[in-house]
Design a protein around this ligand. Structure first.
Ligand code: AMP
Length: 283
């Protein structure tokens, strides 16, 4: 079915409140659009588990740093709504920037300590922007449950911590990473890659899965696992490595020896394109 497209926050809030009065379970899938099968897996799960699914499409300027890809980030609302029509999505909320950040708006969320390492260290202000927009969306769309992807693992930790710390009355579901056949995690940014870069890009997931396989066969020393991973990245001609780390899946602090609570997480740049990925070692 073709979802209703709303951009007015009051209409959005009224629609959600009506569903809740009728006793419906409302689900929210926040996205920046340029939808692919990764996003659609969240949408599908939301439609299975709730009575009323709302997808938001908003390229949030405050989570992009200076020199990042805000201007070139792919935007195609028509194509996105066509893709969503395969599912029982009831509404798409696609507000303007001025609606979410009216002139003069200056309050923001200071995210928890889990926002500090990894992405937070390399993208100052990123998680402040993420937490702020997610809180705004939760206010306008007081859903029962929100769906996020493990693809942005640190983001899920930041939002989970915000939900806990602010006692937000919403549950969070984290959905597994959807990958291409060669292992590359689907991302809207993959569209920036040339054919050669696209082949190189698969090296990141190969390196992370290699860590998982070695750990599974008893090699638990983080230093030796990271060395093996860097060899895989080198073999794939990936030489701009922002980080590849073995961290505790809750605190995101580095570990010396891996266990079932460890996550292998990485970010690399291929040309001008930045890619992130992660693999839970318990899987
Ligand atoms: P984005 O539009 O990049 O902000 O992503 C919107 C949501 O989709 C986030 O919760 C992402 O983690 C999730 N997502 C993006 N890529 C994937 C993927 N390959 N598999 C599963 N979820 C994803």
């Amino acid at each position: 079915m073709r979802p209703a497209i709303l951009s007015d926050p009051e209409q959005m809030l009224a629609l959600v409140e009506k569903q809740k009065r009728e006793g419906k379970r409302v689900g929210l899938v926040p996205t920046m659009g340029a939808l692919h099968d990764g996003h659609l897996s969240l949408v599908h799960r939301c439609t299975e588990e709730t009575d009323f699914t709302i997808v938001t499409i908003f390229v949030n300027p405050t989570q992009f740093g200076p020199g990042e890809d805000l201007d070139k980030y792919p935007r195609d609302l028509q194509q996105d709504t066509d893709l969503l029509s395969q599912f029982d999505v009831h509404a798409v909320f696609a507000p303007d920037v001025d609606t979410m950040y009216p002139p003069g708006a200056s309050t923001s969320v200071m995210p928890a300590d889990v926002a500090k390492p990894l992405e937070g260290a390399l993208r100052p202000g990123h998680f402040e922007g993420v937490a702020t927009i997610v809180l705004k969306l939760f206010q306008l769309i007081p859903a029962d449950v929100a769906y996020f992807g493990q693809k942005d693992y640190q983001q899920t930790r930041v939002i989970q911590q915000m939900i806990e710390d602010f006692h937000l009355p919403i549950d969070m579901v984290v959905c597994p990473i959807v990958r291409d056949e060669d292992g590359l995690a689907l991302s809207s940014r993959n569209s920036y890659l040339s054919t050669v870069q696209r082949q190189q890009a698969a090296g990141l997931s190969r390196a992370l899965f290699h860590i998982r396989d070695l750990a599974g066969s008893g090699n638990l020393e983080a230093a030796s696992l990271l060395k093996a991973a860097s060899q895989i990245l080198a073999d794939a001609s990936i030489d701009q490595i922002d980080y590849v780390a073995l961290v505790d899946k809750r605190s995101l602090e580095p570990v010396q020896r891996v266990d079932e609570n460890t996550i292998a997480i990485g970010a690399v740049r291929i040309g001008a394109t930045r890619l992130i990925d992660n693999v839970l070692l318990a899987q």
